[in-house]
Ligand binder design. Structure first.
Ligand code: SAM
Length: 449
């Protein structure tokens, strides 16, 4: 009689394991196996690396961990460019991979997500568009305040250690202007001896600093996030006060300098409110919108819907090629920006609605009529099944889906295909070099239903 092998105990949270990373999973984490075969997903591990990794989550069939020490680098690794106090930049987890390899992996992830997760076939995957700049492309960075041996520091939490903050002098993902703005606010905090906020006991003042930049206009906007406290006027544009436990940066905000940031894109000038989304890579946003425009195939006669429109950038950049544009977005400040952006660019055929997509799509069809082209650009979570149903009811002959997450695009596209659309083409675009993130634009056409 044979006996089953003993079930291996899963690792416990906080346990440190020595692992060799074999491959990369969707989303970019390394995949490693313990000696008994138990699978561990390792953030910060690249194929071929031997790492010491700390377990952050342990489930029945797998665990998640973060690499805390590179014991033996993969022979394919290149030297890190962005390092803060000896720690690799947590915002650049793929910097050890040559850029060509990053592009190959991203293109594979998109294609694989659609075929395996979406069960889709018969579409064309166009070559990935590389980023114009491999470094210093981010127009927005969020920094955390901390304390290191009694000195105020401003930077990032190292991977797998949210309690510690490593000080940043020069982040290679940010421009020199962004770095200089951050360092100026840090100097002010040091001069005034303001303590960082401690989430463990809710003491201290300084929580975060958000630096956003209009790359084309040269404007920089700084927003300090603190706990409620009295202190000298900070050298920032905006001051957000957050009471109680929160790891976020959103809250009531006072204006001390410039309230709005301005940026130029696709020949238009945009106003951006601080709660509004704006693509974090300005030059590649233009490329992305160019592909969305090509896929939209507008000839001036169509009604275009721009769902999840933010400050209206996609719809407004395509308005001259459409009969009319309707944008829908849930953040009211972003909708106000979109309306103002239409006016200031003298665009008269665009209108915007502040609504949640779940509730706003059917009323929009009643008000505006059904669209000829529907552009969708949702957040990473993609669309719920209900929202896809509302999109299907809009009966657009052509859907252009801009996605920052192929694993949520895949099931959404599969649902559209089931309802009579055909997935024609998809083009991955690299907006975020040195990270596993990949953007893509997909074209779906209605064939039946
Ligand atoms: C990825 S951004 C795209 C914005 C814009 N298309 C652009 O390129 O800048 C997604 C947008 O969807 C908005 N959003 C998130 N959830 C939403 C919802 N349930 N209904 C409508 N808009 C939503 C966000 O505020 C954000 O502006």
């Amino acid at each position: 009689m044979s006996t089953a092998p003993p079930k291996s105990a899963r690792p416990y949270k906080g346990e440190e394991l020595e692992l060799t990373v074999d491959s990369l999973a969707q989303g970019g984490r390394g995949v490693a196996r313990r000696e008994d075969g138990f699978v561990v997903f390792v953030a910060g591990g690249l194929p071929g690396d031997r790492v010491r990794a700390r377990v952050s989550r342990s489930k029945k069939g797998y665990a998640e961990a973060a690499s805390v020490e590179l014991l033996e680098p993969s022979p394919d690794r290149i030297a890190d460019t962005c390092v803060h106090e000896g720690e690799p930049c947590p915002g650049a987890p793929w910097q050890g991979l040559p850029y060509e390899r990053q592009l190959e992996l991203k293109a594979e992830q998109v294609d694989e997500a659609l075929r395996r997760l979406g069960g889709l076939e018969g579409f064309e995957t166009e070559p990935i568009v590389p980023a114009k700049s491999e470094w210093r492309y981010r127009n927005k960075l969020e920094y955390s305040w901390g304390d290191s041996e009694g000195e105020i520091v401003l930077g990032f939490h190292p991977r797998g250690d949210w309690r510690r903050v490593v000080d940043v002098e020069d982040c290679h993902l940010a421009s020199e202007r962004n770095n200089a703005a951050r360092n100026e606010v840090r100097a002010w905090a040091r001069e005034n001896g303001l303590p960082p906020h401690e989430s463990t006991d809710e003491r201290g003042v300084l929580r975060h600093l958000v630096v956003r930049e209009g790359v084309r206009t040269g404007q920089v906007q700084t927003r300090l996030v603190t706990a409620p406290a009295e202190f000298p006027r900070p050298p920032v544009d905006l001051h957000t006060v957050i009471e109680g436990p929160s790891g976020g940066t959103d809250g009531p905000t006072g204006v001390l300098g410039e309230e709005y940031l301005e940026e130029e894109l696709s020949g238009l000038r945009f106003r951006i409110s601080h709660p509004a989304f704006f693509q974090t890579n300005t030059e590649m946003a233009e490329t992305l919108y160019g592909i969305a425009g090509d896929y939209s195939a507008l000839d001036g006669s169509q009604m275009l819907w721009d769902l999840y429109c933010g400050i209206g950038t996609i719809g407004l950049s395509l308005a001259s090629r459409a009969r009319s544009v309707w944008g829908l977005e849930s953040v009211p400040e972003a909708v106000a920006d979109a309306e103002r952006n239409a006016l200031r660019n003298d665009i008269q055929n665009a209108q915007f609605v502040a609504a949640d997509a779940r509730l706003g799509i059917s009323p929009l069809a009643e008000r505006a009529g059904k669209p000829d082209v529907l552009v969708l650009d949702p957040p990473r979570a993609g669309l719920s099944k209900k929202i896809v149903r509302r999109v299907i009811e809009a009966e657009a002959p052509r859907i252009v889906y801009v996605s920052c997450n192929p694993t949520t695009l895949a099931p959404n596209a599969a649902q559209l295909v089931e309802a009579g659309y055909e997935l024609k083409r998809i083009r991955p675009v690299d907006m975020f070099p040195q990270t596993p993130h990949v953007e893509c634009v997909a074209l779906l056409e209605r064939t039946s239903g």
